[in-house]
Design a protein around this ligand. Sequence first.
Ligand SMILES: [Fe+2]
Length: 298
Amino acid sequence: MSGGGSIVLGALAPHPPHLVYGENPPQNEPRSEGGWDVLRWGYERLRQSLATKEFDVLIVHSPHWRTHVGHHILGVPHFESRSVDPIFPNLFRYDYKLDVDVALAEAIHDEARHAGLTAKMMRNPHFRVDYGTLTACHLANPSWNKPIVGLSSNGAYFYFSNEVGNEQMALLGEATRRAVEKSGRRAVLLASCSLSHRHFTVEPDPPEDMSKEHIYHHGQYLWDMRVLELMRHGKTRELMDELPDFLDQTESEAKSGALTWLLSALGMPTYPAQVHAYGTVIGTGNAVVEWDPKRSAP
Ligand SMILES: [Fe+2]
């Protein structure tokens, strides 16, 4: 570990499997007629942005790897299997092969423990990587030509409170940043979560029938726009202050801690975020948002 590493880009990278389904990549078995195009164009813009950066690794925090005790980190060099979404097996049956930057994963683990968090390396070679990790990584970097580090979502928000959850995820974000800096890696961080998360319970036929797609209700839309406005103006500390209300009022998937982890790792940006897209998936609010630390330079 040589020092001199940095976070070269952070992104809010929501993971509805619908976006992979709509794209029809070769790894996904179900075929679609498209759908959710604006969000998928947003991911195209994120990919274009990543193409202008040199980076070594993607670090992703996913709500769908829920751990009850502490923060777990993928610690096996290679994973290969088929992932079937438990809620949408009709949309996502995805064959994956991925490499893990185990040295960086261990460094994040050590920094997290040093910060007083409970952390554990996940060493089971037969572990099935969750679809929240896979979908965010595919949508950001479909070539899978970089290793990843996968972080679990500890349920502290649910077991204790929003405030306790936020405190833990902020520590995890700072630990992640320290590990990246010491490692010499150039890292891209992905917070794999939606914004508002109330959703419809009946699926149209076909699922990509966009005449049926809209926000679940207006209050949810207003909250999402409030959050994006704060991001666009670099008011992330104000966003953190308002986050507990947002989580409660919209059932937001940011209750996984992914967003807090990301913003903390980025040092609570005061520079503007770039919103590549906002759109709904089964009524949930999703935004592809980029933070480029270079924009903080004077
Ligand atoms: Fe999800």
